[in-house]
Design a protein around this ligand. Structure first.
Ligand code: PEP
Ligand code: MG
Length: 755
């Protein structure tokens, strides 16, 4: 059974559009279950109907005629209950509805299972038989398992909107878009460039090429590299290989160079596709052929062919990465765009970013916000293999992507994008004005940074300092740990640029989703693992070097704050302060000009919230990292698009935690700032103002927006709104309440595209 299931799921996953998906399902299910009829109904959410999409075994001339209203008939019953319905005699059931003239009169046994994707019943999969006996428990289990596995493929195919069948469940006027989660506000229109992340042959996109000979050469070159690699491997193993293994090795080498594969790939390239696309088609086709063979030995060769395809692809990708040209207006698209991908791209060409994984608090999204690049994360339904070179409209407010959209949508978004630019220009005029509420409370607004390129825009934005300098960014874009002098130079530039305003350098915060290419940390559960201060206290050399570089960088400037990330225990805080003291004393002993920095602890782990008072007594300031605090309090991975809907820093539990930390800090006279992304969220800023937070640190792009909020709401009103907001029981209700207050105050332009 498991093999049948796997084989059906594999076939469906390889299907190119919804038409193919449906016909594979119906055909394969009928065959596997040995039933008279197999059908699939999909939900037309707009018209609230169940629509027969495809059937095998019924004599349906006009498929369009078979539509059931919501809840109607047995299909409606399955969908409404969201549970299987298994009947020996369907016709006796009060909900049974007979469609005449299609051969349904002969059918008795009925089994319908719902196809559920992310809580929505997308449709119903049905099998029917002429016999009068219910289906077995095994049959039901098979269908339920199959439907669960197919749901994703159906949802993705629907979202892509290709194939004829889609028109039956989506009205012609619906403008299809792919849904993700908002990553960075703004609208970007440009040409999609799909970044090859890892060489995964099933994700290779199609791409037209002009210079076919050059493309053939690229393929042959990659092939030659793989052949040589295998020869070298064989040589290196030399004597260790016994006769049998030698034969296997030779067979493998023969496969790599097999005429049928090589010639077919070249044939595909000659038809105009690039080498990667040609290779994908041929390898997938060959793998399938071998996988379908009866001989077990030959069947196993399918894995070898897949492996060979991967190897050749890797060579092509490595070369391609080095040589890629970015279109003038590039929408950077990828499966899992990382902060490093963004940092490496030519920023002047990037108008938007789309990642099929991740969420708004992934570091790539944070970086994109810092750079002011509209971003959509977690766009799971996007088909990367067919996106390259297409025109994308990216709405970073709503988390939507329109692909090759109609002229009217394009026009509308061009207008909104212009209005956005105009609003940004107007907000820039607030630059020189203080972040002061109408009733006279001033809240310093700082920037979050980590890139050299940010220094000038940060200064220009009117920021009153740097509230969070993520030192891991300069570490990430290098291919080795930067030395002490190199670090000193980087930090000094920022410290100097902002003098006399404060600059908060956070010690290295790697682990989780921030990897250094030269210091890999492989863990099952990285966010609960070796992260932040845990790594640097275990590697004192890294910590001490960094602290020395920071203190030296601040020599004579006196505007350095040091911030310690991921503190979950007082011992860690004490140890880190002890080490800072040690470096300080050594420098003094050596006669260096050094001054004691202000030291702060990040409150981003629930344990630190509960020990905030004890922490406050040991440091000069507290800084709340709401990105991690939200993920740990709500148990929602900040990078997982599947649970992205649950990740909201306006959750009442998170707000209460922030409030508690502010009060704990103030009890001991310590300023409390917020440097997580919530500080740049216009709605949340009102509440933070009401809580009496002492400073907010955010991305450069967000700063003028928050200044507008602060200048529009009095602290008195903000306090009243905080009391009101804390009475709501969900993040959604709180957000709705705050958004309507923003709209009411004429600040709606901060929440959506346009003014
Ligand atoms: C946070 O967790 O809120 C934070 C500011 O740190 P980072 O996003 O770098 O983990
Ligand atoms: Mg953090």
């Amino acid at each position: 059974m498991i093999e049948t299931l796997q084989s059906i799921v594999q076939k469906v996953n390889r299907a190119r559009n919804l038409d193919n998906v449906l016909s594979i399902i119906v055909h394969e299910v009928r065959k596997a279950m040995e039933v008279d009829v197999a059908s699939v109904y999909l939900t037309d959410f707009e018209r609230k109907q169940h629509v027969l999409m495809l059937t095998e075994g019924l004599d349906v001339k006009d498929m369009d005629a078979i539509r059931l209203d919501e809840g109607e008939g047995l299909i409606g019953l399955v969908a409404r209950r969201a549970e299987p319905v298994n009947l020996d005699e369907a016709q006796n059931h009060p909900r049974y509805k007979l469609f005449k003239g299609i051969g349904a009169e002969e059918l008795h046994a009925f089994l319908g299972v719902p196809i559920i994707y992310q809580r929505d019943v997308l449709g119903v999969l049905v099998v029917q038989c002429c016999r009068e006996s219910a289906f077995s428990e095994g049959d039901v289990a098979f269908m339920v398992t199959l439907a669960a596995q197919l749901a994703g493929a159906i949802a993705h195919a629907e979202a892509r909107g290709q194939g004829n069948s889609i028109q039956k469940i989506k009205s012609a006027t619906t403008e299809l878009f792919i849904k993700g989660v908002p990553g960075a506000p703004g609208v970007g229109i440009g040409t999609a460039m799909v970044l090859a992340q890892e060489a995964d042959i099933s994700l290779v996109p199609d791409r037209q090429v002009d210079d076919i000979d050059e493309e053939v050469f690229r393929y042959q070159d990659a092939l030659a590299q793989v052949v040589k690699e295998i020869d070298d491997m064989k040589e290196a193993l030399g004597e260790q290989l016994d006769e049998e293994s030698r034969v296997l090795f030779d067979a493998y080498a023969l496969l790599v160079n097999s005429d049928s594969i090589v010639e077919n790939v070249i044939g595909k390239i000659r038809q105009g596709n690039w080498a990667e696309g040609g290779l994908r088609d041929v390898i997938q086709g060959t793998v399938q052929k071998f996988a379908d063979m009866d001989d077990p030995y030959l069947r196993e060769r399918a894995d070898d062919i897949q492996d060979i395809g991967q190897r050749i692809l890797q060579k092509l990708v490595d070369k391609d990465k080095k040589e890629r040209k970015y279109p003038r207006r590039t929408v950077l698209v990828g499966e899992n765009i990382s902060a490093t991908d963004l940092a490496e791209a030519p920023t002047k060409n990037i108008v938007a970013v789309v990642s099929t994984r991740g969420s708004s608090s992934s570091h790539a999204a944070i970086l994109a916000r810092g750079m002011g690049i509209p971003t959509v994360m977690g766009a799971e339904d996007l088909d990367l293999s067919e996106s390259d070179g297409l025109e994308f409209i990216v709405d970073g407010y709503l988390g939507r992507i329109y692909i090759e959209s109609s002229a009217s949508v394009r026009q509308e978004y061009s207008r909104l994008a212009q209005e956005d630019t105009q609003l940004s220009r107007e907000l820039n005029s607030l630059r020189k004005l203080p972040a002061q509420t109408p009733d006279g409370t001033t809240i310093p607004l700082y920037v979050n940074t980590g890139l050299m390129a940010d220094i000038t825009p940060s200064k220009k934005s009117g920021a009153e300092g740097v509230g969070l300098y993520r030192t891991e960014f300069p570490f990430m874009i290098r291919d080795r740990f930067p030395g002490e002098e190199e670090q000193r130079h980087i930090y000094r530039q920022t410290l100097k640029a902002f003098i006399p305003r404060p600059v908060t350098l956070r010690t290295l915060d790697i682990g989780g989703d921030k990897a250094l290419p030269y210091f890999p940390i492989e863990e099952e559960n990285p966010f609960l693992g070796w992260r932040g201060i845990r790594v640097t206290l275990d590697h004192r050399d890294i910590f001490l070097t960094q602290i020395r570089a920071m203190l030296r960088a601040a020599s004579g400037l006196d505007n350095l704050n040091i911030l310690l990330p991921m503190i979950s225990d007082l011992g860690e805080l004490e140890e880190a302060i002890f080490l800072i003291d040690q470096v300080f004393a050594e420098m003094q002993d050596d006669g260096e000009e050094v001054s004691w920095p202000k030291i702060g602890a990040m409150i981003e782990v629930p344990s630190a919230v509960y020990q905030a008072e004890e922490m406050a007594q040991r440091v000069d300031f507290l800084s709340i990292g709401t990105n991690d605090l939200t993920q740990y309090l709500l148990a929602v991975d900040r990078n997982n698009s599947r649970v992205a809907k649950l990740y909201d820093s306006l959750h009442p539990a998170v707000l209460r935690a922030i409030h508690q930390v502010v009060e704990a800090g103030h009890k001991y006279g310590r300023p409390v700032g917020v440097c997580g992304e919530i500080a740049g969220d216009p709605a949340a800023a009102i509440l933070l103002l009401g809580m009496g937070v002492d400073n907010l640190s955010m991305t450069v792009a967000g700063l003028p927006r928050i200044k507008w909020v602060i200048r529009s709401f009095s602290q008195r009103d903000a306090r009243i709104m905080l009391t009101r907001a804390l009475q709501f029981t969900s993040a959604a209700a709180i957000r709705e309440y705050l958004n309507s207050a923003l709209e009411g105050a004429g600040l709606g332009g901060l929440l959506r595209a346009g003014k």
